[in-house]
Design a binder for this molecule. Structure first.
Ligand code: ARG
Length: 458
């Protein structure tokens, strides 16, 4: 009895070791829905072209409906002997409906079949990821709105630089995630092309209507070269590249959440349900979720490296190497979806500690630039103003006070042009309000951005 789809030519059965080594069914069965969807579109077209009968088409539909029910209920028996998802489903179809099942593969190869399945499946996931990215952005916009005038020390080199609104800081991440969503939309265009009809590599002698199949499956175009159609995995690399960048953004945000929650900063608290304790230190509350997300970034970047290396050096057209495209894609999608979901929820549960943020901003002479700008407005060249203020900061450090705590007389010793209105300039709030250019941190600018994001995300 023959167990393989091709075994008539072979004089001995496949080695058990090789069977296990080459089989993919235990992971690619995840593509079953796309596989059935693709087969139905192909069969419908075969029937429309007169390549199979209406009866065959009806039988295939009936068989696929039963297979769907079996897989959904868990009754479907996946067989390692049948190698992959495609052969498992086709074999069961033939078992159920006989010759009609055997006619399904007319004008088709597993090479164009698998390329179609992966694209179909990934398209659905890309759309879901787009939605989840929207949810995360909305959650961050909410927290940003509540903190449009919460003062946070802005850092460069992790040294206190200038005050920024905490909301402004969060909206920087919204910009990153908006670009990530844009990248998903962009790569979807190239992903959404139909390989079916490429057959094994050269196209087929049957009069297939590829445009019809593309329409049925919602593909925007058909692959225009059969060799490329079966062997292109650019779409998978583009996706993992976009996913890597997304995870890099998640990782940077994670790093900040972890820093902010540490006792030395104490700027925020994460809800207990997102933290874990220690089995030895009773006082501990650890930000495991952002830490793990930062760690999982490495794994997604690894998948990008894996896929790009997988393609390097492959001659045209299909090679079995391509079977290795699936696990990295599956794991990337799983990691992204879980991470995005958990971050949207976690963002909503952030407790902000404005006093600690303000204290830290004050301690770092965050308004020193404002004093220099003030002197420029009084007629000093900026370089001179910079030096004058550096002296003032040096003295204030020695005295252990903030610039705003120096008296007017003390300040005037640095430059006689300094007047009473300097104290508004030296205040954190004054500094924040002053940065009122488009994209700046002034609270009304932050509110304008919140409104723009809300309209965009609605
Ligand atoms: N499981 C295979 C894959 O994932 C399907 C295509 C196999 N084609 C072949 N000619 N061996 O790539």
């Amino acid at each position: 009895k023959k167990s393989q789809a091709w075994s008539a030519l072979f004089s001995e059965p496949m080695s058990e070791l090789v069977k296990r080594y080459t089989a993919s069914v235990f992971f690619d069965k995840r593509l079953w829905k796309a596989d059935i969807q693709g087969s139905l579109a192909h069969a419908e077209m075969l029937q429309a072209q007169g390549l199979i009968s209406a009866d065959d088409w009806a039988a295939i539909q009936k068989g696929m409906a039963q297979i769907t029910a079996e897989i959904e209920s868990g009754a479907f028996e996946w067989k390692l002997d049948l190698e992959d998802v495609h052969l498992n489903i086709e074999a069961r179809l033939t078992q159920l409906v006989g010759d009609a099942g055997k006619r399904l593969h007319t004008g088709r190869s597993r090479n164009d079949q698998v390329a179609t399945d992966v694209r179909l499946w990934l398209r659905g996931e890309v759309d879901e990821i787009g939605v989840l990215l929207g949810e995360l952005q909305k959650a961050l916009v909410d927290v940003a709105e509540q903190n449009a005038d919460t003062i946070l020390p802005g850092f460069t080199h992790l040294q206190v630089a200038q005050p920024v609104a905490f909301g402004h800081h969060l909206l920087a991440y919204v910009e990153m995630f908006a670009r990530d969503a844009e990248r998903m939309v962009d790569l979807r265009k190239r992903l959404n092309r139909l390989p079916l009809g490429s057959a094994a590599l050269a196209g087929t002698s049957y009069p297939l209507d590829r445009e019809r199949v593309a329409r049925t499956l919602g593909f925007e175009a058909v692959c225009q070269n059969s060799l490329d159609g079966v062997s292109d995995r650019d779409f998978a690399i583009e996706f993992t590249a976009a996913a890597s960048l997304l995870m890099v953004h998640i990782s940077r945000l994670s790093e900040e959440l972890i820093l902010w929650m540490s006792q030395s900063f104490a700027f925020i608290d994460l809800a207990d349900r997102f933290c874990t304790g220690s089995s030895i230190m009773p006082q501990k509350k650890n930000p495991d979720v952002p830490e793990l997300a930062r760690g999982k970034t490495g794994r997604v970047v690894g998948h990008l490296m894996g896929l790009i290396t997988l393609m390097k050096g492959q001659p045209l057209a299909y090679n079995k190497d391509n079977q290795e495209d699936k696990e990295p894609l599956f794991d990337t999608v799983d990691t992204l979806k879980d991470t995005l979901r958990i971050f949207a929820e976690m963002a909503a549960g952030i407790t902000v500690k404005p006093e600690a943020m303000e204290r830290a901003a004050k301690k770092g002479y965050a308004t020193a630039t404002d004093l220099a700008d003030y002197l420029v407005k009084k007629g000093l060249p900026f370089r001179d103003a910079h030096e004058v203020v550096a002296h003032a900061v040096k003295d204030a450090i020695a005295l252990g006070v903030d610039l705003s705590e120096l008296s007017l007389t003390q300040l005037q010793a640095y430059n006689p042009a300094i007047e009473q209105d300097v104290f508004e300039v030296l205040s954190l709030r004054g500094s924040l309000n002053a940065r009122n250019t488009l994209g700046g941190t002034a609270p009304n600018q932050v509110r304008a951005q919140v409104a723009r994001h809300r309209a965009r995300l609605a």
